[in-house]
Ligand binder design. Structure first.
Ligand SMILES: C[S@@+](CC[C@H](N)C(=O)[O-])C[C@H]1O[C@@H](n2cnc3c(N)ncnc32)[C@H](O)[C@@H]1O
Length: 182
């Protein structure tokens, strides 16, 4: 459950406009990605509505700014971050809120910076959970292709059995998107 492999690749390929700048992790959880990004030299802000997760991050790295907030209520500063990520968190928002947050993520990035997020696909075993929203392939492809000021750098679809935090193995169907701000 981490974007470490994508971010490592992007850093190696010098994909960031400014190699080390401000970064934002939306729905950071206990900070798998947050801590990695901080170790890479980014100044990281981590947002989650669960204060216990934020406390765990702070204990690991006191330089990380933790912010207790709903993702959909958090105001993303415009043209400020080199990197904004949302890993396995946007599915908990309504689709309308998730669409707005994704646009705000792009608006929050400096030119040449990177946005990475994933959303859940319609073949996921938990697709009909009432607290999740899902996408089908055509819908997510169309949505990301129409985001102004962003170039689609990577689009990955993967599915198969995988672990969950608390409920053992399940069938995952996930779309992963990497955008570069124009
Ligand atoms: C499955 S975890 C993913 C954590 C981390 N991003 C990762 O990939 O390991 C989802 C996280 O999103 C947070 N979350 C869910 N809905 C949220 C919301 N509306 N606003 C803020 N955080 C939310 C949860 O508290 C949880 O920490």
């Amino acid at each position: 459950m981490a974007f470490k492999y994508i971010i490592t690749k992007l850093i190696k390929e010098n994909s960031f406009a400014t190699p080390k700048g401000a970064a934002l992790d939306l729905g950071c959880g206990k900070g798998f990605d947050t801590l990695f990004i901080a170790d890479e030299g980014f100044d990281v802000q981590a947002v989650d509505h669960a204060s216990s997760s934020l406390d765990a991050i702070k204990k690991n790295n006191s330089n990380i700014e933790v912010l207790e907030s709903k993702i959909e209520h958090f105001s993303i500063k415009k043209n400020y971050y080199s990197l904004i990520i949302a890993s396995f968190s946007l599915q908990f928002l309504s689709k309308e809120d998730a669409k707005k947050v994704i646009q705000d993520m792009v608006d929050g990035i400096v030119s040449g910076g990177v946005v990475i997020f994933n959303v859940i696909g319609d073949r996921d075993a938990w697709a009909d959970r009432s607290n999740w929203h899902i996408w089908d392939l055509e819908e997510i492809k169309k949505f990301v292709s129409e985001i102004p000021n962003a170039k689609l750098r990577n689009f990955n679809q993967y599915e198969g059995m995988g672990d969950t935090i608390k409920e053992g193995l399940k069938y995952w169907h996930v779309f992963e998107v990497v955008l570069i701000k124009k």
